[in-house]
Design a protein around this ligand. Structure first.
Ligand code: UD1
Length: 355
């Protein structure tokens, strides 16, 4: 059984790591790892490989940045010869980034079976590039590995046959569970005792100058009552510079490594984000999360977990923030199968199916 994994962007790495690890213990399995190079900065890529102990990729396509069409097309044209040469039995793609849909499309046309890890999530908002990537990838995939019941329901509703759907739980939580003890031992010095942790990178929040200005204003307001720690994504940094905004009063950092960021999430009073993965990680950690989006493809983090979706409504944001500061934030629990063993379940299924 030859499994080829395709990863490209930061949120892929913590999802692929547990599956690679679990399959490496299966005697009859051969694995190939392809990095598309969608994310290429050391702090967006290489540091994750080392902390998550992911083997060095066998192939790096080195695609870099571009418009969506350029990036997707570049990944497809560089990946096709690799897939043809390596001829895997199955290609695993992760999450919802451009690398995910590009690789799935190449394989579907070459007749190579595709497994989608983190299938079935839907925001029902086609203005998000990730939503398009999710819908298309799930259409093309042969094996759909889902993290939660809502994902199964979405797929069934779209007419995906039940036998293709396998609920395995949340692979990203596998990485969290494994590395949390290391995060606990990260020294606290240099960081404030009580703080709000912020991440922001969605085009809908950072590409429009007025929206970004209003979010930065909200952050500067809450910075009056609690320190704000803000590791800034490259896209967001570019926009802040381009629009000439000032945010020096906040604790600004570059993108942080996985373990250090996990430590910051664990100890935060509140996490403010527009990321998908961070909504899940805070739910697992029981840390209150305010999501600056008008929807979420991860409703379980709201129904079961600690997440509150506040959109771009600064009044709602302030009200929810106050509740948390006063210790009246939402309490949650951990969703079923978010237990650190999702990668093992995927490996066991692939072995049992003898792909
Ligand atoms: C991508 C994913 C998004 C994911 C996010 C996590 C898609 C459609 N989007 O968005 O779902 O949540 O990754 O980070 O796939 N850049 C650098 N260095 C890098 C990578 C990017 O400087 O290593 C800059 C580039 O100038 C680029 C910009 O950041 O134009 C955005 O990068 P890109 O990969 O296009 O999308 P993300 O916003 O990172």
């Amino acid at each position: 059984m030859h499994i080829l994994h395709v990863v490209g962007a930061r949120p892929n790495f913590m999802k692929a790591a547990p599956v690679l690890r679990a399959l490496s213990t299966q005697p009859a399995s051969k694995q190939t790892l392809v990095h598309t190079g969608q994310h290429y900065d050391f702090n967006m890529s290489e540091v994750f490989f080392s902390q998550l102990e992911i083997p060095t990729p066998d192939v790096n396509l080195g695609v870099g940045s571009g418009t969506h069409a350029q990036q997707t097309a570049e990944i497809m044209s560089r990946f096709e010869p690799v897939a043809l040469e390596r001829r895997p039995d199955c290609v695993l793609v992760y999450g919802d980034v451009n690398s995910t849909v590009a690789a799935a499309l190449v394989c579907a046309k070459l007749g190579i079976r595709v497994g989608h890890v983190e299938a079935g999530l839907r925001s029902f908002d086609r203005s998000m590039p990730e939503e398009i990537n999710r819908v298309v990838t799930d259409r093309l995939a042969d094996f759909l590995f889902t993290p939660s019941e809502d994902a199964d329901a979405n797929l069934k509703h779209e007419g995906i046959p039940a036998e293709k759907i396998q609920r395995v739980g949340n692979v990203m939580i596998d990485s969290l569970v494994r590395l949390l003890p290391m995060a606990e031992s990260v020294p606290k010095n240099g960081f404030p005792e009580r703080y709000a942790l912020v991440t922001l990178h969605r085009p809908a929040n950072v590409d429009d100058s007025e929206t970004l200005k209003s979010i930065l204003k909200s952050l500067l307001d809450i910075n009056e009552s609690i320190d704000v720690i803000f590791p800034v994504h490259p896209r967001t940094r570019q926009r802040i510079e381009e629009f000439g905004y000032k945010a020096e009063n906040l604790h600004l950092y570059g993108p942080l490594p996985y373990i250090e960021f996990l430590a910051l999430q664990r100890r935060a009073v509140v996490v403010i984000t527009d990321s998908g993965g961070v909504q899940e990680e805070t739910t697992y950690l029981g840390v209150p999360c305010l999501t600056l989006r008008s929807n979420t493809e991860r409703p379980i983090t709201v129904d079961v977990g600690t997440n509150v979706v506040v959109g771009q409504d600064s009044r709602k944001f302030s009200a929810e923030f106050l509740k948390i500061i006063e210790g009246k934030g939402k309490k949650g629990s951990i969703p079923p199968l978010w237990d650190g063993h999702a990668g093992e379940r995927i490996a066991a299924i692939l072995v049992a199916l003898d792909v």
